[in-house]
Design a binder for this molecule. Structure first.
Ligand SMILES: Cc1cc2nc3c(=O)[nH]c(=O)nc-3n(C[C@H](O)[C@H](O)[C@H](O)COP(=O)(O)O)c2cc1C
Length: 209
């Protein structure tokens, strides 16, 4: 049995294009793989601890100096719990709107909380950085006002897809498929076509698994 975790990064609710794309993907996945479990994390409604100076001090005290106070251990545990929920999945689905050429800040906050040494990566003098989530796969559902597809003049202005791919690679997660619903800043007829095409591709990708 495969556990599919959807991480929703749009605050747009029913109006969100990236969430609509992910919903189509998840519905098709459910039909094609009824034995699999699905769970959604909405980064806009998740209580995320601050990753500030006191969290960094707690991390150091727990993992390095091993002189953490009870308060520091509890603070670090809050981050570890969010990380462990993330790490339990076998397959990831991300719905990611483009914000200022990159990610919405709540998704970046989530990434900074879940990406923890000893939980999903490790470092040693002999081996350097080692990913701990090898064998897992991710499907990415993007949306943007502009068109940043391969071959477009704006292709290299896109810091959304390269960032997601690199972060996933760091953890050992394979980027198994990407669909972009774009451009959304277009006339209504074209937007309807763009949406229908992207949703069709998301469904086919989910059926292939
Ligand atoms: C704060 C903010 C920043 C945005 N920045 C960009 C951008 O840099 N490039 C772009 O093409 N679209 C940008 N957009 C437009 C969204 O990417 C676009 O509306 C997308 O469809 C939103 O996805 P959603 O409907 O899933 O929320 C931005 C939207 C917001 C709210």
């Amino acid at each position: 049995m495969t556990h599919v975790l959807h991480i929703g990064a749009s605050p747009g609710g029913a109006d969100s294009r990236s969430l609509a794309l992910a919903d189509a993907f998840l519905d098709a996945w459910r039909e094609a793989h009824p034995e699999d479990t699905q769970e959604t994390v909405d980064v806009w409604n998740l209580e995320l601890p601050e990753f500030d100076a006191s969290m960094i001090a707690a991390k150091f005290a727990v993992l390095r100096a091993q002189n953490a106070t009870a308060g520091q251990r509890a603070q670090w545990e809050r981050a570890v719990r969010v990380s462990q929920q993330f790490n339990r999945a076998d397959v990831y689905v991300f719905s990611v709107p483009m914000w200022n050429y990159g990610l919405p800040y709540r998704l970046k906050h989530y990434i900074d909380i879940v990406t923890l040494p000893g939980q999903n990566w490790r470092w040693s003098r002999d081996e350097g950085y080692q990913p701990l989530l090898g064998g897992k796969r991710a499907f990415l559902m993007y949306s943007s006002a502009g068109d940043f597809s391969e071959g477009a003049v704006t292709q290299y202005e896109d810091f959304q897809k390269p960032y997601m791919r690199q972060w996933l690679r760091f953890l050992g997660i394979e980027t198994a498929g990407e669909i972009a619903l774009a451009p959304t800043l277009t006339d209504p007829e074209n937007l309807a076509r763009v949406k229908e095409d992207a949703i069709g591709r998301a469904r086919r990708l989910a059926v292939q698994g």
